[in-house]
Write a protein that binds this ligand. Structure first.
Ligand code: ADP
Ligand code: MG
Length: 249
Protein backbone atom coordinates (compact mmCIF):
# COMPACT_ATOMS: atom_id res chain seq x y z
CA UNK A 1 0.00 0.00 0.00
CA UNK A 2 1.17 3.51 -0.62
CA UNK A 3 0.13 6.75 1.02
CA UNK A 4 0.37 8.69 -2.23
CA UNK A 5 -3.06 9.43 -3.66
CA UNK A 6 -3.58 7.88 -7.10
CA UNK A 7 -5.24 9.27 -10.21
CA UNK A 8 -6.78 6.57 -12.40
CA UNK A 9 -5.64 7.03 -15.99
CA UNK A 10 -8.73 5.81 -17.82
CA UNK A 11 -6.49 3.57 -19.91
CA UNK A 12 -7.48 -0.09 -19.39
CA UNK A 13 -4.59 -2.18 -18.09
CA UNK A 14 -2.34 0.74 -17.16
CA UNK A 15 -3.39 1.55 -13.58
CA UNK A 16 -2.58 -1.91 -12.30
CA UNK A 17 1.00 -1.50 -13.49
CA UNK A 18 1.50 1.68 -11.43
CA UNK A 19 -0.18 1.01 -8.07
CA UNK A 20 -3.56 2.31 -9.18
CA UNK A 21 -2.72 5.40 -11.22
CA UNK A 22 -0.51 8.46 -11.53
CA UNK A 23 0.66 10.03 -8.26
CA UNK A 24 -1.70 12.99 -7.69
CA UNK A 25 -0.53 16.51 -8.63
CA UNK A 26 2.55 15.21 -10.45
CA UNK A 27 3.64 15.53 -14.10
CA UNK A 28 4.06 12.51 -16.35
CA UNK A 29 5.89 12.57 -19.67
CA UNK A 30 4.60 10.37 -22.48
CA UNK A 31 7.32 9.96 -25.05
CA UNK A 32 7.54 8.17 -28.37
CA UNK A 33 7.97 8.56 -32.10
CA UNK A 34 5.28 9.85 -34.43
CA UNK A 35 2.14 7.72 -34.63
CA UNK A 36 2.88 5.84 -31.41
CA UNK A 37 -0.38 7.03 -29.81
CA UNK A 38 0.71 9.98 -27.65
CA UNK A 39 -2.21 12.17 -28.66
CA UNK A 40 -4.72 9.36 -28.14
CA UNK A 41 -3.15 8.63 -24.73
CA UNK A 42 -3.53 12.26 -23.66
CA UNK A 43 -7.08 12.61 -24.85
CA UNK A 44 -8.13 9.30 -23.30
CA UNK A 45 -6.72 10.52 -19.97
CA UNK A 46 -8.63 13.81 -20.24
CA UNK A 47 -11.83 12.33 -21.68
CA UNK A 48 -12.16 9.43 -19.22
CA UNK A 49 -11.09 11.73 -16.41
CA UNK A 50 -14.10 13.93 -17.13
CA UNK A 51 -16.54 11.22 -18.12
CA UNK A 52 -15.75 8.40 -15.74
CA UNK A 53 -14.08 10.10 -12.78
CA UNK A 54 -15.82 13.52 -12.87
CA UNK A 55 -12.49 15.35 -12.94
CA UNK A 56 -12.52 18.44 -15.19
CA UNK A 57 -9.58 18.57 -17.59
CA UNK A 58 -7.77 20.90 -19.97
CA UNK A 59 -6.18 19.81 -23.22
CA UNK A 60 -3.56 22.17 -24.61
CA UNK A 61 -2.80 21.42 -28.21
CA UNK A 62 0.32 22.78 -29.86
CA UNK A 63 0.65 20.46 -32.84
CA UNK A 64 -2.81 19.65 -34.06
CA UNK A 65 -5.87 21.81 -34.66
CA UNK A 66 -8.60 21.33 -32.02
CA UNK A 67 -11.35 20.69 -34.58
CA UNK A 68 -9.37 17.83 -36.10
CA UNK A 69 -8.71 16.29 -32.69
CA UNK A 70 -12.44 16.47 -31.83
CA UNK A 71 -13.22 14.79 -35.13
CA UNK A 72 -10.58 12.05 -34.74
CA UNK A 73 -11.69 11.24 -31.18
CA UNK A 74 -15.28 10.63 -32.32
CA UNK A 75 -13.87 7.44 -33.86
CA UNK A 76 -13.42 6.13 -30.32
CA UNK A 77 -16.91 7.28 -29.35
CA UNK A 78 -15.52 10.23 -27.39
CA UNK A 79 -17.71 13.30 -27.77
CA UNK A 80 -15.29 16.00 -26.65
CA UNK A 81 -17.56 18.86 -27.73
CA UNK A 82 -20.34 17.70 -25.42
CA UNK A 83 -18.00 17.67 -22.42
CA UNK A 84 -16.69 21.09 -23.44
CA UNK A 85 -20.26 22.40 -23.38
CA UNK A 86 -20.62 20.95 -19.88
CA UNK A 87 -17.37 22.67 -18.79
CA UNK A 88 -15.80 19.31 -17.98
CA UNK A 89 -13.19 19.67 -20.73
CA UNK A 90 -11.64 22.78 -22.24
CA UNK A 91 -9.21 22.87 -25.11
CA UNK A 92 -6.63 25.61 -25.43
CA UNK A 93 -5.53 26.15 -28.98
CA UNK A 94 -1.88 27.08 -29.26
CA UNK A 95 -1.48 25.34 -32.60
CA UNK A 96 -1.77 28.15 -35.09
CA UNK A 97 -0.86 31.19 -33.01
CA UNK A 98 2.71 30.12 -33.63
CA UNK A 99 2.40 30.84 -37.31
CA UNK A 100 0.49 34.07 -36.78
CA UNK A 101 -3.03 32.95 -37.66
CA UNK A 102 -5.84 33.84 -35.25
CA UNK A 103 -7.74 30.91 -33.80
CA UNK A 104 -11.51 30.61 -33.85
CA UNK A 105 -11.43 28.69 -30.60
CA UNK A 106 -12.80 30.12 -27.35
CA UNK A 107 -9.47 29.62 -25.62
CA UNK A 108 -6.40 30.30 -27.66
CA UNK A 109 -3.07 32.03 -27.77
CA UNK A 110 -3.13 35.40 -29.56
CA UNK A 111 -1.87 35.37 -33.12
CA UNK A 112 0.61 38.07 -32.16
CA UNK A 113 2.87 35.30 -31.04
CA UNK A 114 3.35 32.54 -28.63
CA UNK A 115 5.13 32.68 -25.36
CA UNK A 116 5.29 30.36 -22.41
CA UNK A 117 4.21 32.94 -19.83
CA UNK A 118 1.11 33.82 -21.81
CA UNK A 119 0.25 30.15 -22.08
CA UNK A 120 0.76 29.63 -18.34
CA UNK A 121 -1.57 32.54 -17.59
CA UNK A 122 -4.21 31.10 -19.90
CA UNK A 123 -3.84 27.68 -18.24
CA UNK A 124 -4.30 29.26 -14.80
CA UNK A 125 -7.34 31.23 -15.93
CA UNK A 126 -9.11 28.24 -17.51
CA UNK A 127 -8.12 25.95 -14.62
CA UNK A 128 -9.72 28.25 -12.12
CA UNK A 129 -12.87 28.60 -14.17
CA UNK A 130 -13.59 24.88 -14.50
CA UNK A 131 -11.78 23.60 -11.40
CA UNK A 132 -9.38 21.51 -13.48
CA UNK A 133 -7.87 18.39 -11.95
CA UNK A 134 -6.16 17.09 -15.11
CA UNK A 135 -4.12 18.75 -17.81
CA UNK A 136 -2.51 17.46 -20.99
CA UNK A 137 0.07 19.42 -22.95
CA UNK A 138 0.63 17.99 -26.42
CA UNK A 139 3.53 18.56 -27.08
CA UNK A 140 6.53 20.02 -25.23
CA UNK A 141 8.80 20.30 -28.30
CA UNK A 142 6.08 22.35 -30.00
CA UNK A 143 6.50 24.97 -27.27
CA UNK A 144 9.45 25.93 -29.41
CA UNK A 145 12.20 26.31 -26.88
CA UNK A 146 15.64 27.31 -27.97
CA UNK A 147 17.20 24.04 -29.04
CA UNK A 148 20.77 24.94 -28.35
CA UNK A 149 20.35 25.94 -24.79
CA UNK A 150 19.76 22.86 -22.67
CA UNK A 151 19.74 24.87 -19.49
CA UNK A 152 17.00 27.14 -20.76
CA UNK A 153 14.84 24.18 -21.76
CA UNK A 154 15.32 22.54 -18.40
CA UNK A 155 14.33 25.77 -16.66
CA UNK A 156 11.24 26.19 -18.83
CA UNK A 157 10.03 22.60 -18.28
CA UNK A 158 10.73 22.94 -14.57
CA UNK A 159 8.71 26.15 -14.44
CA UNK A 160 5.89 24.49 -16.31
CA UNK A 161 5.73 21.42 -14.07
CA UNK A 162 6.08 23.56 -10.93
CA UNK A 163 3.16 25.71 -11.99
CA UNK A 164 1.04 22.66 -12.81
CA UNK A 165 1.74 21.28 -9.36
CA UNK A 166 0.85 24.63 -7.76
CA UNK A 167 -2.46 24.72 -9.62
CA UNK A 168 -3.11 21.27 -8.19
CA UNK A 169 -3.46 19.23 -11.37
CA UNK A 170 -2.10 15.88 -12.43
CA UNK A 171 -0.61 16.42 -15.85
CA UNK A 172 0.51 14.51 -18.89
CA UNK A 173 3.06 16.10 -21.20
CA UNK A 174 4.20 14.62 -24.49
CA UNK A 175 7.56 14.64 -26.21
CA UNK A 176 8.46 13.38 -29.63
CA UNK A 177 11.49 11.15 -30.07
CA UNK A 178 13.14 9.70 -33.12
CA UNK A 179 12.54 5.93 -33.31
CA UNK A 180 16.21 5.04 -33.30
CA UNK A 181 17.14 7.56 -30.63
CA UNK A 182 18.19 6.38 -27.18
CA UNK A 183 16.64 9.45 -25.62
CA UNK A 184 13.30 9.57 -23.84
CA UNK A 185 12.48 13.05 -24.97
CA UNK A 186 13.20 15.54 -27.69
CA UNK A 187 15.67 17.63 -25.76
CA UNK A 188 16.96 14.94 -23.42
CA UNK A 189 16.11 17.04 -20.36
CA UNK A 190 12.34 16.75 -19.93
CA UNK A 191 12.58 13.28 -18.39
CA UNK A 192 14.65 14.53 -15.47
CA UNK A 193 12.18 17.22 -14.52
CA UNK A 194 8.98 15.19 -14.57
CA UNK A 195 7.82 12.61 -12.03
CA UNK A 196 7.13 9.83 -14.48
CA UNK A 197 8.08 8.73 -17.97
CA UNK A 198 6.01 6.39 -20.13
CA UNK A 199 7.56 5.35 -23.42
CA UNK A 200 5.46 4.28 -26.40
CA UNK A 201 6.92 2.28 -29.28
CA UNK A 202 5.63 1.33 -32.69
CA UNK A 203 7.53 -1.11 -34.86
CA UNK A 204 5.25 -0.34 -37.75
CA UNK A 205 4.92 -3.68 -39.46
CA UNK A 206 2.46 -6.52 -39.48
CA UNK A 207 1.17 -8.15 -36.34
CA UNK A 208 -0.88 -7.02 -33.36
CA UNK A 209 1.91 -6.87 -30.85
CA UNK A 210 3.98 -4.30 -32.67
CA UNK A 211 2.90 -1.50 -30.35
CA UNK A 212 4.38 -1.45 -26.86
CA UNK A 213 4.38 0.62 -23.67
CA UNK A 214 7.13 0.76 -21.11
CA UNK A 215 7.14 2.60 -17.78
CA UNK A 216 10.61 4.08 -17.58
CA UNK A 217 10.11 6.04 -14.38
CA UNK A 218 7.32 6.71 -11.88
CA UNK A 219 8.31 8.45 -8.68
CA UNK A 220 6.71 7.19 -5.46
CA UNK A 221 5.59 4.06 -7.28
CA UNK A 222 6.60 0.45 -7.58
CA UNK A 223 5.89 -0.03 -11.24
CA UNK A 224 6.05 -2.72 -13.87
CA UNK A 225 9.41 -2.87 -15.62
CA UNK A 226 8.19 -4.89 -18.58
CA UNK A 227 7.54 -4.00 -22.17
CA UNK A 228 3.77 -4.30 -22.49
CA UNK A 229 1.91 -4.83 -25.74
CA UNK A 230 -0.67 -2.13 -26.40
CA UNK A 231 -3.52 -2.00 -28.83
CA UNK A 232 -5.47 0.87 -30.35
CA UNK A 233 -9.05 -0.38 -30.56
CA UNK A 234 -12.29 1.35 -31.52
CA UNK A 235 -12.57 2.35 -27.85
CA UNK A 236 -9.05 3.74 -27.56
CA UNK A 237 -5.81 2.46 -26.04
CA UNK A 238 -5.59 -0.79 -24.10
CA UNK A 239 -2.49 -2.03 -22.28
CA UNK A 240 -2.00 -5.80 -22.11
CA UNK A 241 -0.08 -7.91 -19.66
CA UNK A 242 2.98 -9.49 -21.16
CA UNK A 243 1.85 -13.07 -20.68
CA UNK A 244 -1.69 -12.34 -21.80
CA UNK A 245 -2.78 -13.97 -25.00
CA UNK A 246 -5.32 -11.66 -26.50
CA UNK A 247 -7.49 -11.71 -29.53
CA UNK A 248 -8.48 -8.80 -31.63
CA UNK A 249 -11.91 -7.38 -30.86
N1 ADP B 1 -9.55 4.39 -34.92
C1 ADP B 1 -8.33 3.85 -34.89
N2 ADP B 1 -8.16 2.51 -34.83
C2 ADP B 1 -6.93 1.96 -34.79
N3 ADP B 1 -5.79 2.67 -34.83
C3 ADP B 1 -5.90 4.01 -34.89
C4 ADP B 1 -7.17 4.67 -34.92
N4 ADP B 1 -6.95 5.99 -34.97
C5 ADP B 1 -5.62 6.16 -34.96
N5 ADP B 1 -4.98 4.98 -34.93
C6 ADP B 1 -3.52 4.78 -34.90
O1 ADP B 1 -2.97 5.78 -34.06
C7 ADP B 1 -2.02 6.56 -34.76
C8 ADP B 1 -2.12 8.01 -34.35
O2 ADP B 1 -1.95 8.11 -32.98
P1 ADP B 1 -1.54 9.50 -32.32
O3 ADP B 1 -1.98 9.45 -30.91
O4 ADP B 1 -2.06 10.63 -33.13
O5 ADP B 1 0.04 9.43 -32.43
P2 ADP B 1 1.14 10.49 -31.98
O6 ADP B 1 0.43 11.59 -31.26
O7 ADP B 1 2.06 9.70 -31.11
O8 ADP B 1 1.83 10.93 -33.23
C9 ADP B 1 -2.36 6.40 -36.21
O9 ADP B 1 -1.20 6.57 -37.00
C10 ADP B 1 -2.89 4.97 -36.27
O10 ADP B 1 -1.83 4.07 -36.39
MG1 MG C 1 0.33 13.68 -31.60
Amino acid sequence: MSDVERVPTGIPGLDELIEGGFPRDRSILVSGGCGTGKTIFCMQYIYQGAKKYSEPGIYITLDERPELIRQDMLRFGWDIKKLEDENMIQMIDASIAKIGIPSEEQYAMPASGFDLDKLLLEIMRVSKRIGAKRIAIDSIPALGFNYDNENEIRKAVLKLSYLLMRIGVTSVLTSETEEESKRYSKYGVEEFVVDGVIVLHYMGIGTQSNRTLHIRKMRATKHSEDLHPIEITNKGLIVHKIEEEYTKI
